[in-house]
Write a protein that binds this ligand. Structure first.
Ligand code: AMP
Length: 124
């Protein structure tokens, strides 16, 4: 199901967004709510919700996504200073948009992974 998918709509030009990079397998946009000076999203062209759905397209999809991330980091000027690549998967991973995507964060010293809310909520 891709009818209501925000990233499919951006891919198809139904929602305006600057597409910074695009090839046949993935595209790159700026996150609408950036958590760092550079916050990009690297998104497969095809609608996969989960990594497990990639199956035989795993290598080529991730190859393209990591190459796009590397080149985008360079274009953003964060290649040398460093950056973080991050994929949220499913409910426990905090995935909000159910179209596989990789965050690229950089441009400032990032904090820790900010891991689980479960442990802190038990201590509340
Ligand atoms: P995740 O929690 O990994 O699913 O992250 C989804 C990300 O998509 C969030 O960081 C949102 O800010 C971002 N996002 C949602 N809608 C848009 C949009 N229209 N354009 C750019 N980024 C978006």
């Amino acid at each position: 199901m891709t009818d209501d998918c925000v990233f499919c709509k951006i891919r198809d030009g139904e929602i305006p967004s600057d597409i910074l990079y695009r090839d046949e397998l993935c595209f790159v946009i700026r996150d609408i709510a950036p958590l760092a000076p550079t916050h990009l999203l690297v998104i497969p062209v095809e609608h996969f919700e989960r990594i497990s759905e990639l199956e035989s397209r795993f290598d080529q999809t991730f190859g393209a996504m990591f190459a796009a991330a590397k080149d985008s980091a360079k274009a953003e000027g964060v290649s040398d200073s460093g950056y973080r690549l991050m994929i949220n998967q499913g409910r426990d991973g905090g995935q909000e948009v159910p179209h596989l995507h990789m965050h690229l964060l950089g441009g400032r010293r990032l904090g820790g992974l900010g891991i689980p809310s479960e442990r802190s909520s038990r201590n509340d």
